[in-house]
Design a protein. Structure first.
Length: 90
């Protein structure tokens, strides 16, 4: 059974603490092909939407962008919890 690693949870914390770059963060999340392939396609679609918004928002300052990085990270954490639960149930 494919699992989403603690590495993703750690990457969320690292990005919140400005200890990694958004491009590295997004690449790590996108590289979870085995786990993503085991999830319904909607999970990948939602994840890509969140990652794209995070990347787009990184081009602008927090104040000038309609995408709040903190909110997107919260949404990614929710996604990770739901995806992990779905994988554990399989």
């Amino acid at each position: 059974m494919p699992m989403l690693s603690d590495q993703l949870r750690n990457s969320l914390e690292n990005l919140r603490n400005e200890q990694c770059e958004i491009t590295q963060f997004c690449q790590l999340w996108r590289n979870q092909q085995v786990a993503l392939a085991s999830l319904p396609p909607k999970f990948t679609e939602v994840l890509e939407n969140l990652l794209s918004r995070l990347e787009t928002g990184s081009v602008f300052s927090e104040e000038s962008c309609s995408f709040s990085q903190a909110r997107l990270l919260d949404e990614l954490e929710i996604w990770l919890n739901k995806a992990s639960a779905r994988l554990a149930a399989n």
